[in-house]
Design a binder for this molecule. Structure first.
Ligand code: FMN
Length: 227
């Protein structure tokens, strides 16, 4: 299945059926984690733990330096794992609080019970509805072509904390695209969202078979150049 198809299938799952992760599943997930690429050669040490008194598991990696750059990396690697877990038919949900292992947040996963969402979650997240592409492009829409439209649509479907979809896109040319999130001070809560959207761009490029060069400009923006 193409990454773009998995990206379109993915949604946050908040209700899980009881199940025990088999050795086979664990091995498959470890394989996904091994194949996850990093933006800056900073490989994170992802771990799988059962969540106590819940039907689900968590995927997380300890992060030594709590700064925007490592959070971008966290989102980038973590979202590749989310897409891999979705392909294995697991339900996933990023969870925006840290755990005792020093991770900035974690990915809950398991067997999805139903896609019924609580009214509260529906209200806070606009039921997961995504913004239109035209509303996310700030500059350079004249440079849109089939290839970059495909990539930006992959980005548009990315999960974000409280579905804020904080990203904006500037097309500097047909091959050069800047992705920006707002600056949020030291803690930079948007950096994980940025890493996640960058992962969607990156996986879209894999579908197209194009190679890319990325330049992280700051904790809130990155430029991709398509080759
Ligand atoms: C960094 C991050 C933190 C999140 N934290 C939570 C959370 O604590 N609880 C929750 O129910 N959903 C959480 N979400 C899931 C978002 O609410 C969800 O991605 C968003 O509403 C879009 O819906 P979708 O994932 O179905 O596309 C988080 C997502 C991200 C990316």
């Amino acid at each position: 299945m193409a990454y773009s198809e998995i990206i379109n299938l993915r949604h946050s799952t908040r209700s899980f059926d009881n199940f025990l992760l088999s050795q086979e599943h664990t091995d498959e997930i470890k394989k996904i984690l091994k194949s996850t690429e990093s933006l800056s050669c900073q490989r994170l040490d992802w771990r799988i733990e059962k969540i106590e008194q819940a039907a689900s598991y968590q995927l997380f990696a300890p992060v030594k330096e709590k700064n925007g750059i490592s959070f971008i990396e966290y989102g980038f690697q973590g979202e590749q794992a989310v897409i891999g877990l979705t392909a294995l038919n697991f339900g996933t949900c990023w969870k925006g609080y840290s755990n005792s292992f020093g991770a900035p947040c974690f990915i809950e996963f398991g067997k999805e019970k139903s896609n019924k969402k609580s009214l509260l979650i529906k209200t806070f997240t606009h039921n997961g509805v995504k913004k239109e592409l035209k509303d996310l492009i700030m500059n350079g829409s004249a440079f849109l072509n089939n290839e970059n439209t495909f990539l930006l649509n992959c980005c548009r479907m990315a999960p974000s904390a409280i579905n804020r979809q904080p990203w904006s896109f500037d097309l500097l040319s047909e091959e050069k695209i800047k992705i920006t999130v707002p600056k949020a001070g030291n803690a930079d809560t948007y950096s994980i969202d940025l890493g996640i959207v960058l992962a969607h761009f990156f996986l879209g490029c894999k579908d197209l078979g194009v190679s890319i060069k990325n330049t992280i400009l700051s904790v809130n923006s990155c430029v991709f150049e398509l080759n």
